[in-house]
Design a protein around this ligand. Structure first.
Ligand code: ZN
Ligand code: ZN
Ligand code: ZN
Ligand code: ZN
Ligand code: ZN
Ligand code: ZN
Length: 382
């Protein structure tokens, strides 16, 4: 890779307050931003200035080309939409620009192609003309010689037909002497040399000089944001590139897509709007992975905290359709609970006992009350 004759530095002034800017671009609808900090790194454009020299027939002309690259690719335009300020060499460390250089060189080839084609076309037209002139001159100079040769060969044919060997030999001698007399082969050599020379003169020489490298840098902002949602705390680190207006690093943990709107799942996941859901039972926010259960009685979408498995039928049901038995500690769905005839409440189906008084199946609590009453009855009877 060729080194530039000159290197210059420019910086793009976006004139923006990164913290204010980012607050406009991102949001955390169901959590609170506790801390927002910013650091900077640099993004780069390069401007390659090439001067191309075209030399032919002793004439030299030059063409200046400016090629901008971004991410190692040539880009159209010239950054005129940005405010460019004088840069400071000590402020930046230039990253390796070899790939940018080679792609700029490729682009240069394309840009000078038209000029190259035009010059080459003209040159070959000139050359054709020169060659024609040389050949005409050669033909003129050898005209009389060729005429005598033609006559002799006619005679030779005739003598050959008649079989006059002696005369044939005479004519052959005549040919040799004419050849000696004329400088035919010298002229032929001169002609070849003259054409060769013209070909060399009509070659197009192109030389590209790497005049200047302009390093154009701009800030890329790296943000750290701490958010809290109830007892949940989470930190995010992401980048904002003001050139591409792109935010990288803020990703939905569910669908893996980039998102500028981050919702906090009550289980700690951060997700996009599409992947956010509310538990129909407790109304808390979750990611879709955390509210994947459906109550088998009412079909509500419920979070894992609200989904309870019935101890009797093993169905998954919401809190509204289950009851935890105070005595046994087991949870049952409404369908599996048994109604106590005495107190009218839904109770653990396995806890029913037969009343000593009525022979009916009653809940454990009612049974205990009955037994206590019996004991007390006995006390008062005495
Ligand atoms: Zn998502
Ligand atoms: Zn819930
Ligand atoms: Zn979740
Ligand atoms: Zn339910
Ligand atoms: Zn059940
Ligand atoms: Zn009861």
């Amino acid at each position: 890779m060729e080194n530039p004759k000159e290197t210059a530095f420019l910086k793009i002034d976006f004139n923006l307050k990164p913290l204010d800017e980012i607050k406009k671009l991102i949001s955390f609808p169901n959590s609170e931003i506790k801390r927002l900090a910013v650091k900077e790194k640099h993004g780069f454009f390069y401007k390659f200035t090439f001067r191309s020299f075209f030399e032919s027939l002793g004439k030299k002309e030059s063409l200046l080309n400016e090629i901008y690259t971004f991410n190692s690719r040539p880009i159209p335009g010239n950054l005129s939409e940005y405010i460019l300020l004088e840069g400071d060499e000590s402020e930046v460390k230039i990253p390796d620009f070899k790939n940018s250089y080679f792609s700029a060189k490729e682009e240069l080839k394309k840009r000078i192609q038209e000029k190259t084609n035009e010059l080459s076309r003209n040159l070959s037209r000139f050359l054709e003309h020169e060659i024609k002139t040389i050949e005409e001159k050669f033909n003129n100079e050898t005209k009389s010689f060729r005429k005598s040769l033609d006559e002799i060969s006619e005679k030779l044919m005739e003598f050959a037909r008649k079989g006059e060997i002696q005369k044939i030999n005479e004519q052959k001698k005549l040919i040799d002497s004419i050849k000696k007399e004329s400088n035919f082969s010298d002229l032929e050599k001169d002609k070849v040399r003259a054409i060769q020379l013209e070909k060399q003169k009509h070659i197009l020489n192109i030389e590209n000089q790497f005049e200047k490298l302009t390093v154009i840098y701009y800030p890329i902002y790296i943000f750290t944001v701490d958010v809290s949602s109830g007892a949940l705390k989470k930190s995010f680190v992401f980048e904002f590139d003001p050139v591409s207006q792109d935010i990288t690093g803020l990703i939905c943990e569910n669908c893996q897509n980039k998102s500028r709107e981050i919702f906090m799942c009550s289980s700690g996941h951060s997700v996009c709007r599409k992947c956010f859901a509310i538990c129909d039972s407790c109304s808390r926010g979750f990611c879709k992975k955390c509210v994947k259960n459906v109550c088998e009685i009412c079909s509500k979408k419920i979070c894992k905290d609200c989904a309870i498995r019935c101890f009797r039928c093993s169905r998954l049901v919401c809190k509204n359709h289950t009851r935890k038995d105070k005595v046994s500690g087991y949870s049952y769905c409404n369908n599996c609970l048994k109604k106590c005839e005495r107190c009218g409440e839904l109770k653990d189906p396995y806890s029913f006992k037969v009343s000593k008084k009525t022979n009916a199946e009653i809940c454990e609590e009612c049974f205990r009350r009955e037994m206590q009453g019996k004991v007390l009855e006995g006390v008062f009877e005495k």
